[in-house]
Ligand binder design. Structure first.
Ligand SMILES: Cc1ncc(C[n+]2csc(CCOP(=O)(O)OP(=O)(O)O)c2C)c(N)n1
Length: 733
């Protein structure tokens, strides 16, 4: 049998100046180096995890080609990025160092992304404008939209970027470029999240410069793409969004990916709208080290995938094109291996975070809204005691007045939410065909007319989007004053409110912050408000570190606290009781444009010496009525303490009052069990036990929902009479 001798391998050197979709030979070598580096960091982390030297691992394996291509198409430190956990190769291409990654993997103090607080692959870098990412899938999409919106805003209003003293602006550097791109990515499984669609909708509608990158490895842990996505291909579903440039490419091929991303980026930089790149990639390792894909993927499928491995494919391409020889590839790989080894060795030696650092950066280290320095009393005219000298204004009036005054003072404030604009179809206003709406409670009426549609605008009916976009805006230095129309409908935004807004600063170790303000109309006593227009639930939010929660009971407090909330450097939830908006109780004259009340300072609404009632919101006037009656009928001297802010709350004032009266009721509108009063009552019992002459009592709503029929509503919600009865009982204990 004749043996056929293998023909000698012919390596035809390509001309040095040949390019591949604009990529030079040198760039292709660099692409290979970055892809290989990314893979090797994954491999090393896997080893370290098996040795129990790190505690979690999730890889970017199989996604490298698409991501290096994306990194090359973007400008480091110029464009903004909201990547997800598989984007290691992107982060490396932009300039993040292997050491930075290993420092996060071991949870070192010097982990630049989070100071040892976040799992590996949760990238963050202020210099590179890689905004701190979280573990929930998809929430980053809305941040990217808000971020792009802010960039657009600052380009149109460059004066707003200026620094100013005395509020959050002192601590926020604003940078922007007219042609910047905001990158955001996820796997194909995450496109099932509503927030993804909300983001596409707004980016499309507003023609925002967002680059959406979908890294489709066909699996979300064990769930394949045809289960996630109707028809199995996300590109087909999104194709009708206007203003987009769409690309679908082989994400294991860096040249094809680079061409696709570059075309999308060109479209975005030219201001024509967002881009969408759907790259088909592979996932050669299981989802994470906690997953074993052999349980749901047969050998045949996994083998087939190996053929598409972007690293081996590019290796072969470089050889075939005569760009590198095998020996040169081996040398390059050795260098990478050494770099990875050195970086991981250094990280393993790195000091761990000090336990004393745990509470750092829950709140702004720069602006303390609880400081007495924040206090500005009402202007003298407002304090005039002459009856009728200054007209008394409602809480609604003074909230609007504060918004208007602050918007005049600070061009970074934008007001948005459902129905908050005067009229989205501006020509109707201009032609004076309509008067304008300005909020379902009319608190933002006239603001669009005065400040224009860039600063006051309606959002789609999507609460997660309102909060998520606010986060992205506030990260960039805007001050979103967003409105949630009814507390009852805050729940679609819960994820953003619990897992994102209050965490941006802490999880990035002060790398980023998001001092957005969320105004929320809350509460019952509406006579017919029923289940879905009467809810309270403030304790759910006071349970979240990092979020300031304010709940004023009267016009003057609402004005002074809202101003502090706006100027503050932390995220704030500002709860406005609907029933108090136009109540006769608690009206006050306009206090001028600078009235500020520090957070965490209660107000003694009524002095007394026999019993303390600790309360807030709409229960304040009810408690005052009960106190007057108890005094009239039983000569009881009741002190009523209005907390004003619920997180932080004024423990000193509570303790002072309880030490004086030795008997205390905590009264609140929400359902009794697990409510805000539980914490206050527990702390009083714990720390003031020696000062108590009777058990701590709570007065609150029944443990049910608020019914429509007023007879039922009255029974369910705590009334003045309930507080009165509790006072009498407690006095007799
Ligand atoms: C909101 C949310 N739900 C569930 C999870 C748990 N989880 C983490 S990753 C993941 C799958 C994501 O799949 P895909 O978006 O396709 O990205 P891939 O991991 O495949 O790159 C799931 C379900 C999560 N992190 N967040």
């Amino acid at each position: 049998m004749a043996t056929t001798k293998a023909a000698p391998k012919l390596v035809t050197k390509t001309p040095e100046d040949k390019t591949y979709q604009g990529l030079t030979r040198q760039q292709l070598i660099e692409i290979y180096r970055l892809m290989f580096l990314s893979r090797r960091i994954d491999d090393r982390e896997i080893l370290l995890k098996r040795q129990q030297k790190i505690f979690f691992q999730i890889s970017g394996a199989g996604h490298e080609a698409l991501l290096v291509a994306a990194g090359l198409a973007l400008k480091p430190g110029y464009d903004w990025l909201f990547p997800y956990y598989r984007d290691r190769a992107l982060a490396l291409t932009l300039g993040m160092k292997p050491l930075d990654m290993f420092l996060q993997a071991v949870g070192a103090a010097d982990d630049p992304s989070s100071g040892g607080r976040q799992m590996p692959s949760h990238w963050s870098s202020r210099e590179l404008k890689i905004v701190t990412g979280s573990s929930p899938t998809g929430s980053q999409y809305l941040h990217a939209v808000g971020c792009a919106h802010a960039g657009r805003y600052f380009s149109a209003h460059p004066d707003a970027a200026r620094k100013a003293q005395g509020d959050y602006r002192e601590f926020k550097d604003v940078t922007f470029h007219g042609d910047e791109v905001v990158y955001v990515s996820s796997g194909e499984g995450t496109t099932s999240q509503g927030e993804f669609w909300e983001a596409l909708n707004s980016a499309s509608n507003l023609k925002l410069p967002v680059l959406f990158v979908i890294e489709d490895n066909e699996y979300a842990i064990s769930v394949p793409c045809e289960v996630q996505t109707a028809g199995g291909n996300i590109s087909r579903l999104v194709a009708n969004f206007p203003n987009f440039h769409f690309e679908e490419c082989d994400g294991t091929d860096p040249v094809e990916s680079y061409a696709a991303v570059t075309r999308a980026v060109e479209h975005i930089r030219a201001g024509r709208g967002p881009g969408f790149v759907h790259g088909h990639v592979i996932r050669p390792y299981s989802h994470s080290l906690s997953d074993d894909e052999r349980l749901y993927r047969p050998e045949s499928e996994r083998k087939e995938e190996v053929r598409r491995d972007p690293i081996t494919r590019l290796q072969m391409f470089l050889i075939r094109e005569g760009i590198l020889e095998e020996k040169e590839i081996t040398d390059l790989e050795k260098q990478v291996d050494q770099e990875v080894q050195d970086a991981s060795d250094r990280a393993l030696e790195a000091p761990l975070p000090a336990k004393e650092s745990i509470l750092q950066f829950i709140y702004s280290p720069d602006f303390d809204p609880t400081s007495a320095k924040v206090e500005v009393p009402p202007a003298p005219a407002a304090n005039s005691s002459k009856p009728g000298a200054v007209a008394a204004k409602t809480m609604a009036d003074l909230i609007t007045a504060c918004l208007r005054d602050e918007m005049r003072r600070d061009p970074r404030i934008v007001v948005f939410g459902e129905d908050v604009a005067d009229c989205s179809r501006e020509q109707y206003l201009k032609e004076k065909l309509v008067k304008g709406k300005g909020g379902v409670f009319k608190l933002t009426a006239g603001l669009q007319t005065e400040f224009g549609p860039d600063r006051v605008f309606n959002s789609p009916l999507a609460e997660a989007s309102i909060v998520g976009r606010s986060i992205g805006m506030a990260v960039r230095g805007l001050k979103p004053v967003a409105e949630i129309q009814f507390f009852d409908y805050i729940w679609p935004a819960m994820h953003q409110l619990r897992n994102e807004l209050p965490l941006i600063r802490w999880r990035s170790f002060n790398g980023f912050s998001s001092p957005a303000l969320i105004r929320v109309a809350i509460g019952g006593y509406l006579t017919g408000g029923a289940i879905y227009h009467s809810q309270c639930g403030e304790s759910i939010f006071t349970h979240i570190p990092g979020l300031r929660v304010v709940f004023p009971s009267n016009a003057l407090d609402a004005n002074g606290l809202l101003r502090t909330a706006i100027r503050c450097d932390d995220p704030v939830m500002f709860l406005e009781h609907k029933r108090l908006y136009r109540e006769t109780y608690g009206r006050a004259p306009y206090p001028g444009p600078d009235h500020m009340i520090p957070f965490g300072k209660a107000r003694v609404a009524r002095e007394g010496s026999d019993i303390s009632v600790i309360t807030y919101g709409a229960v304040v006037p009810r408690a005052l009525q009960a106190a007057q009656r108890a005094e009239r009928e039983h000569h009881l001297s009741v002190e009523v303490l209005d907390l004003r802010t619920l997180s932080p709350y004024d423990w000193e004032a509570i303790a002072k009052s309880v030490r004086k009266t030795n008997r205390v009721i905590v009264a609140y509108e929400d359902v009794l069990s697990w409510g805000y009063g539980a914490e206050i009552a527990a702390r009083i019992a714990d720390e003031l036990f020696d000062h108590l002459d009777a058990p701590v009592r709570r007065v609150a709503a029944m443990d049910t929902f608020c019914a429509y029929q007023p007879v039922l509503e009255d029974e369910i919600l705590p009334q003045s009479d309930d507080v009165y009865q509790a006072l009498i009982k407690l006095a007799g204990f």
